[in-house]
Design a protein around this ligand. Structure first.
Ligand code: SAH
Length: 346
């Protein structure tokens, strides 16, 4: 394996320190980061305002891109999905969604996932490992590179493979690069971390003090059904998840999002909608309802249009702020974990 360090693992301050230790003027840090994050340089040689000796020294010490693109799928609705092969052979997925002026990306935090949600393709084989900070940042850069030169990334969601709060330090490092003016310069208000709901890590995220948006994958309105769909719930409990989310809201002031994957005949009944409305009506939340994106080999189905309409009507008339997400990119296996899985099967 390449012994060089991954530049994307370094914060701006780390890199400036490296330059100082190597007898370089520290203003070079701004130049190099400008090349990588703004001008989308893929190698040091193209950094034309750096002395050649420095370019050579950097190239012998660092790599910028450490992984490969194993597959790309593009769909007519403006969605691009990448399957990224990491240096050790592990694979993760990430997605670019174009919607009006928005250029949103969905990024992975782990190879596989340990949470075991019964309907999700990412966790079917458990978790292999956490991604490094640089591997998370590299997905962002690879997706940014697909934009036209005048386009900019506008939103990031940590909703790809893996549980971001099970790899919190690396995720926070990568997001620091994403939000920093020396990095991608994306406001934390446009960055969302999606979690199955791990209370101690939600509290650590609140203590971190950066107002990222928190999305909690609820998927069920009561203990029994949630434990069935989201097995880690058994040890945590829905009340503890909601209480941690409330604390995050109190600390950050950011409206919470709850995600609810609608599984036909499982959690899409009128009684589920009513129970959910009870849980959410007094909270400042957005409920994001996602019709199930079928995964081969799993026994779940997308709900009927009728069930979706009724579910929506019950929540809306209870005054819950609810959004029904359109399935974007489903022709390209855009539900996380599916591209990797479908290719592995071939
Ligand atoms: N582990 C984190 C983030 C990754 S999953 C979490 O649980 O939130 C991102 C979202 O996609 C979650 O809400 C997850 O439940 C949902 N999801 C997973 N598989 C899906 C599928 N096949 N169809 C629709 N949504 C799915």
């Amino acid at each position: 394996m390449d012994g060089r360090a991954h530049l994307l693992d370094l914060s701006f301050a780390d890199f400036r320190q490296w330059l100082i230790e190597h007898g370089q003027p520290k203003f070079r840090a701004k130049q190099v980061f400008g090349w990588v994050y703004e001008k989308r340089a893929r190698d040091f040689d193209s950094m034309s305002d750096l002395p050649k000796t420095l370019r050579e020294q950097l190239a012998s010490e660092f790599v910028i891109y450490r992984s490969d693109e194993a597959a790309v799928q593009t769909s007519r609705d403006g969605t691009d999905k990448l399957l990224v092969r990491l240096a050790d052979g592990g694979e993760v997925e990430c997605v670019l969604l174009r919607d009006g002026n928005r250029r949103s990306i969905c990024v992975s935090s782990q190879v596989g996932c340990a949470m075991g949600c019964v309907f999700c393709a990412s966790g079917l084989d458990g978790v292999d490992r956490n991604l490094t900070r640089g591997e998370i940042v590299e997905q962002m850069l690879r997706l940014q590179a697909r934009l036209e030169p005048e386009e900019r990334l506008s939103h990031i969601v940590m909703m790809g493979m893996g549980e971001p709060l099970a790899n919190l330090d690396r995720v926070l490092g990568a997001l620091e690069t994403a939000k920093s003016a020396d990095g991608l310069g994306i406001s934390p208000r446009r960055i969302t971390i999606s979690t199955v709901g791990l209370p101690p890590a939600i509290d650590r995220l609140a203590d971190n003090g950066v107002p990222y948006n928190l999305a909690v994958s609820l998927h069920a309105p009561n203990e029994e059904l949630r434990s069935q769909l989201v097995p880690v719930n058994e040890k945590i409990g829905i009340d503890a998840v909601l209480a941690a989310a409330d604390r995050y809201f109190a600390a950050s002031g950011r409206r919470l999002t709850f995600e609810y994957v609608l599984l036909g005949g499982v959690n899409d009944g009128a009684e589920h909608a009513q129970e959910l409305a009870q849980l959410l009506r007094r909270r400042t939340v957005l409920l994001n309802v996602i019709p199930y994106n079928p995964v081969e080999g799993l026994p779940y189905q997308t709900p009927s249009q009728r069930a979706i309409a009724e579910f929506r009507q019950i929540l809306e008339s209870a005054g819950v702020n609810v959004m029904f997400r359109q399935r974007k990119g489903d022709e390209i296996d855009a539900a996380c974990g599916q591209l990797r899985r479908n290719r592995a099967g071939k």
